[in-house]
Design a binder for this molecule. Structure first.
Ligand SMILES: [Zn+2]
Length: 146
């Protein structure tokens, strides 16, 4: 085989390996944290008095939200590693441009360039705004106060 260029050739092997190591250790960290929290949640000694029940519930809710966010991150990292195997890592999924190594280093799971990321966040926000105003027949501002 001659010199077949990778699609994400702007990243060299060393950079890719570096990023892969970061992703793998992040994933391991999260998985460890999740198993810690699960153990904590199942601890029978943790039963609190009834006065604390409401607080406890709130804590559980927060915990669950945290767990689901971490679960989401783990999925995202796994997908990123898959992209790496497919040589699609480091390319913007919107405009196909090359995401600079510096950005990937700061945020290894980034799958969009900064410009597309900002665009998508803006349109997310305006979508939410429209949805809220529509469902209530009010402005989102009024909804925020309620
Ligand atoms: Zn882009």
């Amino acid at each position: 085989m001659g010199t077949v260029q990778r699609r994400n050739a702007h990243l060299n092997d060393k950079q890719l390996k570096n990023l892969r190591d970061i992703l793998l250790s992040q994933k391991e960290d999260i998985l460890n944290k999740i198993s810690d929290q699960t153990q904590y949640a199942l601890d029978p000694n943790e039963q609190k008095e009834q006065v604390d029940a409401a607080n406890n519930n709130r804590e559980k809710e927060q915990e669950a939200r945290l767990l689901s966010r971490q679960g989401f991150l783990v999925k995202k990292i796994s997908k990123t590693l898959l992209d790496m195997d497919n040589e699609e890592y480091g390319l913007c999924k919107e405009c196909d441009c090359e995401i600079p190594y510096e950005r990937l280093l700061a945020r290894p799971v980034a799958d969009m360039c900064i410009t597309c990321k900002e665009d998508s966040e803006l349109s997310e926000r305006s979508k939410l705004y429209k949805k809220v105003s529509k469902s209530l027949g009010k402005t989102a501002q009024e909804y925020g106060r309620a």
